[in-house]
Design a protein around this ligand. Structure first.
Ligand code: CP
Ligand code: NVA
Length: 308
């Protein structure tokens, strides 16, 4: 059966666990392999993924493209601006047409409703490659990184610092599904969506936002942040000033557990949300995290095709 991957809740704890296990297996199976090899089982041979970008991307674009190639399939990558979508063809009609050609669609867009609309009208799986509301593919890679590094996910404590944005939304959702604790410290006016928080609470999450970065970081297993200005947002000095107390510094890392891991989805704005000494420091897992997008994306694709 085909499945959409619009938010982590679509997969639920069992689906997420299956994807993480598969990603770890495939990652291990490729370790030390020569370049240029397709995974031995080539499970998506003959399949094509279409990717639509309404916003810039490096990691999502290349990791999904390589994920399909390593699974034996292929991709078509399109910038929305050069599609008829970019001059007014509806999301619904685009979904209907692409469904006649390709086996799955990934879309990165500003408006979360566009992904939902795409999924409603497509007859092939639709994957959320980031919206203004969430970034579930990223958090699959983040969970994989923590699991790979520490051997555990449930019971870990993740502290988010800075803007209550799309990436935090997916982390809060992930924590409530996979039973890890999430805390955030955000300046007033930049809290995450109350809907996301309420949904997490109904699943038993103890998620809370504080205004105190040092307090939120205390004893954490994971310290995670993201740009203060997301794609599509204006570069407002006022916001940068409000965020400054939430910058991830060495002093802040020292508040976390001694073996705490630093995560950042990238791209980073060094000297804003994080200083060089942390992002380039021994606790930083950012390059593994970026690599894990590839392994995680493969599992997302397989899950969407009902193979997991
Ligand atoms: N983290 C992430 O989604 O990166 P890109 O914007 O480069 O895809
Ligand atoms: N919050 C960022 C994430 C980029 C991968 C953005 O939406 O621009």
């Amino acid at each position: 059966t085909d499945r959409n991957f619009i938010d982590l809740v679509d997969a639920g704890p069992d689906g997420i666990a299956a994807m993480l296990a598969d990603a770890l297996d495939r990652k291990a199976a490729r370790a030390g392999w020569p370049r240029g090899r397709v995974d031995a089982d080539a499970p998506l041979a003959g399949y094509t993924l279409a990717m639509i970008f309404e916003k810039n991307s490096t990691r999502t674009r290349v990791s999904f493209d390589m994920a399909m190639r390593q699974l034996g399939g292929t991709t078509i990558v399109m910038d929305a601006g050069t599609m008829q979508l970019g001059r007014g063809e509806s999301v619904a009609d685009t979904a209907r047409v692409l469904s006649r050609y390709v086996d799955a669609i990934m879309i990165r867009t500003d408006d979360h409703e566009k992904v939902q609309e795409m999924a409603e009208h497509a007859t092939v799986p639709v994957i959320n490659g980031l919206t203004d509301f969430s970034h579930p593919c990223q958090i699959m890679a983040d969970m994989l990184t923590v699991l790979d590094r520490t051997g555990k996910l449930a019971g870990t404590v993740w502290t988010w610092l800075g803007d209550g944005n799309n990436v935090l939304h997916s982390i809060v959702e992930a924590g409530s599904l996979m039973k890890f604790d999430v805390r955030a410290a955000c300046p007033e006016g930049y809290d995450p969506s109350p809907v996301v928080v309420a949904n997490a609470w109904t699943r038993g999450s103890r998620f809370a936002v504080s205004r105190d970065a040092a307090e939120a970081a205390a004893g954490a297993d994971v310290i995670v942040t993201d740009t203060w200005i997301s794609m599509g947002q204006d570069h407002v000095e006022e916001k940068l000033a409000a965020m400054m107390p939430y910058q991830v510094t060495e002093a802040l890392m020292a508040r976390a557990a001694p073996d705490a891991v630093f995560l950042h989805c990238l791209p980073a704005h060094r000297g804003e949300e994080v200083v060089d000494a942390v992002i380039d420091g021994p606790q930083s897992a950012i390059w593994d995290e970026a690599e894990n997008r590839l392994h995680a994306q493969k599992s997302v694709l397989l899950w969407c095709f009902g193979r997991l």
